[in-house]
Design a protein around this ligand. Structure first.
Ligand code: ATP
Ligand code: MG
Length: 139
């Protein structure tokens, strides 16, 4: 059974005009894009998305960053999509990410790290539902 994950192209990557390159890598890796939208998150909407991180020291900075410009949110489908997408992204800190990963190639710092991916199938269910309606995810 194919699995789905929530992927985000973050504001830094859009500002640097890496969106097309990242979408190409998604296609080449064999993911099916099931839903996709460009959004300008408000600070409140970013805080709701990252609610699990609200006690972390970087929460304020992270949510300011994520509401600083447009993002592209996507439902990506593939066998083992959650792990597969996190492998393609690489480590959170681009400086520690493996060669050939998206964060190594397109990330600037541990915060401005180009992409997001759900960290578990249960998280993906919450995160997909945060941005997409049941109708958009029905096919
Ligand atoms: P993501 O959830 O975006 O896929 P992740 O699961 O690799 O990334 P998390 O620990 O969930 O990393 O952190 C969420 C996001 O918060 C990171 O992607 C990054 O943008 C930011 N972040 C994480 N650690 C730090 C830090 N030490 N300083 C600043 N920002 C951070
Ligand atoms: Mg995470």
């Amino acid at each position: 059974m194919a699995e789905r994950t929530l992927a985000i192209i973050k504001p830094d990557a859009l500002k640097s005009r890496y969106a097309g390159k990242i979408l190409q890598r998604i296609d080449e890796a064999g993911f099916t894009i099931r839903a996709m939208r460009l959004l300008n998150l408000s600070k409140k909407e970013a805080e709701g998305f990252y609610a699990v991180h609200r006690e972390r020291p970087f929460f304020a900075s992270l949510t300011t960053f994520m509401s600083s410009g447009p993002v592209i949110v996507m439902a990506l489908e593939a066998p083992d999509a959650v792990k597969k997408w996190r492998t393609l992204m690489g480590a959170t800190d681009p400086a520690k990410a493996d060669a050939g990963t998206l964060r190594k190639e397109f990330g600037a710092s541990i915060e401005n790290n180009a992409t997001h991916g759900s960290d578990a199938p249960e998280t993906a269910t919450f995160e997909l539902g945060y941005f997409f309606t049941g109708m958009e995810l029905a096919r």
